[in-house]
Ligand binder design. Structure first.
Ligand code: ATP
Ligand code: MG
Ligand code: MG
Length: 350
């Protein structure tokens, strides 16, 4: 059997490795953290920094194909991997999705509607951008943000003086506020031959910048916008030569979808697909990166809800198991921390 190299050691890598095992693959995790919850379910683990050339070379020699569960990877360090092995999704996807400026520029060039935005590299840029876009607005770091981290909201003029310091004076973009009715995501898997499979578009509810719940099928507003959003995903995937799952987040504004951001990987809003779809996002991602045909993505039953267990919420697992139809997922993280994704629960209405 062949070995799939997975870069990144978190719960997404864990669920990818579980799906890969079902298909008879062995997984080799490469991650810097000692307590990788992905490594616990994989055959092999290299614990090393992402920039460690010798460890990366040894990893490349031990695997047949490489994928990743995390887009904040140093592209230059990983470039030698791609000389030796197929890396899916490819570097165009990785470079575009890890940098909000590249991502917004890419979508603008595809003619896709986003919030109004400006690149910000210093305080003077921020003042000029705020004057052009107007408030409220959100300042977001170009790199490394997730779960609403690396963002500062500008609600009043006084915030213009403090927001750049608040995000650590890093390269950023300023985005105008989108007045949306709902948020949703497009979960697409693109096979090596260009075939695209889509799951139902979940309606996503965030609390404190963190995804709280995803519900499928969506309500009428999101359902009406999903086809246009899928077409955007299809064009983006084609332009990038993407292979694997590609997730696009949208705001459903009253007059149509507004692109927010994308992830070149499996996504939290797709966790419902494990029990709630004929083939999960994890299995189809593995199928795509291994050159296999994709499985059907139809929803199982009438309605599926996925609820994240964040921080101490995971302590309620016994109550969740008291509902015999609830599917509990715990990621095996040793330490409960506020805002940390500890697990999720999926409920199906059949
Ligand atoms: P993720 O964990 O999804 O990667 P992130 O840290 O990259 O999150 P965003 O998705 O950019 O952050 O923003 C987090 C949330 O903040 C969004 O889902 C949305 O609820 C809100 N938000 C972000 N940008 C805007 C905007 N321009 N207008 C209105 N709300 C926004
Ligand atoms: Mg993000
Ligand atoms: Mg987001």
């Amino acid at each position: 059997g062949s070995t799939i190299g997975i870069i990144g050691g978190g719960q997404l890598g864990r669920m990818l490795a579980m799906a890969a095992a079902q298909l008879g693959y062995r997984c080799h995790i490469y991650a810097p953290e000692a307590d990788s919850v992905a490594a616990e379910v994989a055959a092999r683990f290299t614990r090393a920094p992402y920039e460690d050339a010798a460890s990366l070379a040894a990893f490349a020699g031990a695997v047949d194909v490489v994928t990743y569960e995390f887009e904040n990877l140093p592209v230059s360090a990983l470039a030698p991997l791609a000389d030796r092995l197929p890396v899916h999704p490819g570097f165009a996807s990785l470079k575009t999705a890890q940098d909000r400026l590249a991502e917004k520029t890419f979508m603008r060039d595809l003619g896709v509607r986003t919030a109004p935005w400006r690149a910000v590299s210093d305080q003077a840029d921020l003042a000029a951008a705020a004057a052009e876009i107007g408030l409220p607005a959100i300042l977001k770091t170009r790199f490394l943000g997730y779960d609403g981290k690396g963002q500062a909201r500008l609600m009043a003029d006084a915030d213009i003086a403090t927001a750049f310091d608040a995000i650590g004076r890093q390269p950023a973009i300023l985005e105008g506020f989108v007045d949306f009715e709902a948020e949703f995501s497009i979960l697409m898997c693109r096979a090596a031959d260009g075939a695209c499979a889509f799951w139902d578009a979940p309606t996503n509810v965030h609390r404190n910048g963190i995804l709280a719940t995803s519900i499928v099928p969506p309500g009428p507003l999101v359902a009406a916008q999903a086809e246009q959003a899928r077409e955007i995903a299809r064009r983006a995937g084609e332009a990038l030569g993407h292979v694997g799952v590609l997730t696009l987040e949208f705001f459903a504004a009253p007059d149509g979808p507004v692109f927010n951001e994308m992830a070149p990987r499996v996504h939290n809003s797709g966790h419902w697909t494990i029990e709630g779809a004929l083939t999960s996002q994890f299995e189809n991602h593995i199928r795509a990166v291994c050159g296999l045909p994709l499985g059907a993505t139809d929803i199982v039953g009438r309605r599926v809800t996925m609820e994240n267990l964040i921080g101490a919420e995971a302590e309620g697992w016994a109550e969740i198991l008291a509902d015999p139809t609830a599917h509990l997922h715990l990621y095996g993280k040793d330490e409960i921390r506020a805002g940390r994704k500890m697990g999720h629960v999926t409920r199906l209405e059949v």
